[in-house]
Design a protein around this ligand. Sequence first.
Ligand code: FDA
Length: 392
Amino acid sequence: MEQVDVVIIGAGAAGLFCAIEAARRGRQVVVVDHANKAGKKILMSGGGRCNFTNLDVGPEYYLSQNPHFVRSALSRYTQWDFIGLVAQHGIAYHEKEFGQLFCDHSSKDIQQMLLAELTEAGARLRLSTEVLSVQRLADYHLETSAGSLRCDSLVIATGGLSIPTMGASDFGYRLARQFGHHIVDYRASLVPFTWNSRDRETWSDLSGLATPVRVESHNGTSFSLPLLITHRGLSGPAMLQISNYWQPGESLIIDWLPQVDVTEQIVADRHRHGRKTLKSWLAQFIPARLAEQLVTRYGSNEVLAELSRAEVSTLSQYLNQWEFTPGGTEGYRTAEVTLGGVSTDNISSKTLESQINPGLYFIGEVLDVTGWLGGYNFQWAWASAWAAGQVC
Ligand code: FDA
């Protein structure tokens, strides 16, 4: 049986980064992954340009049953540390918007950077290798499709369930349960919504249309960002962000005119433009096809001068607080992340080590830590991996 200091299961963002840090400390590290390539999600991230971090990182951009859990790791390995590493490798990058940093060329730059660091640090990578069983005796014993391994420290970096075709599996959750850890209910998130059967026919004609909206969830969280209508449902940054805060069965409130108070604007406009129809009035603010759809569904296209005070109020409610009940989401097939996962109870926020099983660590997305869209999930992967990498 081969004996090493550290085995890391999962050669994604967190697993690779942890291996680099641990190997730099002189630990003998083996990274095992059942996929045939390391960092597949890095390659497909950010539309092929990897949004690798954000200029503004803090606990407020993360969801977890313990909202304080992320504090320690995020403050010890910051976005500036990772940006420094990227710069050191000569990787060109830019801020797209909202502090989101993307590679100028390709996500491959980040994957290659990690692999170069891994090789230099002396960690070994075993791809296309299944982990068949894990047992804790004096240390950890693993049976894999490529032989048996023993290690003092076992790091679980198997990520979440999104994009099963990229190697996602529930291995981390099963292993956590085997070792006495609780799993917080999990589901696909940062994910597009699907139509309910009533809306599908009416709205799918508008597929491809994008418009800025403000969307609000039941718990009062809101995002003012673009929405995209697709033939399957509603997508775009606004909807992906709010999906972190949506519970199945709940409705969402969409403000189609986030910059306009409909009541005030109609009252102001009807003196000057009283003969304008509702449709042409609306088309000043939103795409004409959307204006037409909203007016058709509203059921009346009166001229502004003829709208009663009660009608203006109903219209304002309709346009500024449009209620949308999703049929569901597109699920793990297109989701960027899994919300929920291995509970942070009984995991040290400083070292990411299990408080039930010394020597066992959980890092990255497998944990019940989910970031907003915008580079936050990778920053969590780097920071949690770094923290574990100092001690495992
Ligand atoms: P990750 O999923 O990266 O790695 C897990 C590894 O474990 C994989 O290599 C997998 O093969 C392996 N594994 C799983 N089960 C195993 C088993 N049973 N045995 C062995 N190995 C196993 N985030 C962000 O911040 N900016 C962005 O631009 C994007 N963009 C983006 C696009 C798309 C399409 C997706 C799906 C996701 C993103 N994300 C993102 C999210 C980001 O990719 C994600 O949060 C991190 O990759 C999580 O890193 P981990 O290392 O925890 O898991």
